[in-house]
Design a protein around this ligand. Structure first.
Ligand code: NOS
Ligand code: ZN
Length: 384
């Protein structure tokens, strides 16, 4: 192989690569300019900044506290401007457009309907407004030559007591834009088992759910989410690393829980930048994703909150590529892992993998061949 072989994908290739996003919060991904517009329209006067760049900067800094609880305080402002039908349609449409623009082909985007009732919308009206926005965004993306499919996950807040009601809502809209259920919010002090009734209901209904676990709190939270609640996926799950021991000679010992997570192919919705902000990881280089990928956990890469982290799927992939030297094959591996773990039917996941993801990466992987030919012919001596 020559030095011209682009082993490391370029930023442009990463952006064009088909990407799959399983963990992204609708209320964590608004455009700063949209927040300002809606605040003006609806009379919300509590925004800390009124100029888009400054507001974006404020969110990133405020979320950079090292504590999940403080990180979550910033959502008061985004939720405040997501209380009307028009606002929800707009935010959801822009979310789908922004993801498509970034090369995301399939996304499950979550939000907590119970946080959008302040101006009198019902839970059903919230879900229908967001669904309409996603459909609108998909159409706009298509008109711009980009294909994306977006499903919703309905989140219940773990400190509240509406999980069963939200689980029922997720079930009612199951074939109408909602792919599954989640619980989120502060983790310490709010174990997932508080909401067992909701999870048991969903299991009886053969529905799907993920649980934020192993982010702000460690192994007991992961263990409960899997073995008591029956989660299909782990939101973050990054602290499974606490059950993995790397010996001085480099050999690795998995504890029982880590072995279960790996052997049962439990998807980990890892969100590197978010973890740095909440203190769940110290640096990109020390982020457990490096080891989890090497050990063949079902690891996926996600954004969590694009606004609070100033990130995108492409940016997360770029950061990982810079840190761990990942190639297009690694990025494809994360993407296929994510698609395998989506909450849509098996045949659709398979078609996405075989007809969209693999051809997309194959095309990108072939580019170096042509670039090298161009360089070779330019530098070939005349008459050779
Ligand atoms: O990383 C996270 N961990 C736990 N909860 C979160 C995280 N990001 C966002 N939310 C919470 O989920 C709600 C619904 O989208 C948000 O309002 C926020 O409170
Ligand atoms: Zn999250």
């Amino acid at each position: 192989m020559t030095s011209q072989t682009p082993i490391t994908p370029t930023a442009d290739q990463i952006r064009r690569a088909p990407k799959v996003l399983l963990h992204d919060h609708l209320d964590g991904g608004l455009r700063p300019g949209t927040i300002i517009d809606i605040a003006r329209e609806t009379g919300y006067t509590q925004l800390p900044e009124t100029e888009p760049d400054k507001l974006g900067g404020w969110f990133r800094e405020a979320a950079d506290s090292g504590s999940l609880e403080r990180y979550l305080e910033t959502f008061a402002h985004t939720c405040a401007v997501m209380q009307t039908r028009d606002a929800l349609v707009r935010v959801a449409a822009e979310c789908a457009e922004d993801l498509a623009e970034d090369g995301v082909v399939y996304a499950e985007v979550r939000y907590a309907p119970e946080q959008h009732l302040e101006a009198g919308l019902s839970l059903e009206e919230v879900v229908e407004a967001v669904n309409e926005g996603f459909r609108q965004g998909e159409r706009t993306a298509r008109a711009a030559g980009r294909r994306i499919r977006v499903g919703a996950l309905l989140t219940a807040m773990r400190h509240a007591a509406r999980a069963l009601e939200i689980a029922e809502l997720a079930n009612r809209y199951r074939d109408h834009g909602v792919a599954g259920f989640d619980i989120a919010g502060a983790e310490a002090g709010y174990p997932p088992t508080r909401h067992l009734d909701a999870f048991e209901y969903l299991k009886r209904e053969n529905n799907h759910f993920t649980i934020h676990a192993g982010e702000g709190f460690g192994l007991p939270s992961i263990w409960q989410a899997l073995q008591w609640c029956g989660a299909d996926r782990l939101g973050h799950g990054v602290r499974i690393i606490d059950d993995i021991k790397v010996e001085d000679d480099g050999t690795v010992q998995l504890g029982r829980l880590a072995a279960y997570v790996r052997d049962k192919r439990i998807p980990l919705e890892l969100c590197p930048t978010s973890n740095l902000q909440t203190g769940a990881a110290a640096s990109y280089a020390e982020h457990p994703i490096g080891l989890l990928r090497r050990l063949h956990f079902r690891a996926t890469v996600n954004t969590d909150n694009r606004l609070m982290s100033g990130t995108s799927m492409s940016r997360e992939f770029e950061l990982l590529t810079e840190t761990f030297g990942y190639t297009l094959d690694d990025l494809q591996w994360f993407t296929v892992n994510a698609m395998k773990s989506a909450f849509i039917p098996f045949d659709e996941r398979l078609a996405m993998i075989n007809d969209v993801i693999k051809p997309g990466y194959a095309e990108l992987k072939s580019e170096w061949l042509f670039r090298q030919t161009a360089t070779t012919s330019e530098s070939a001596p005349e008459g050779d």
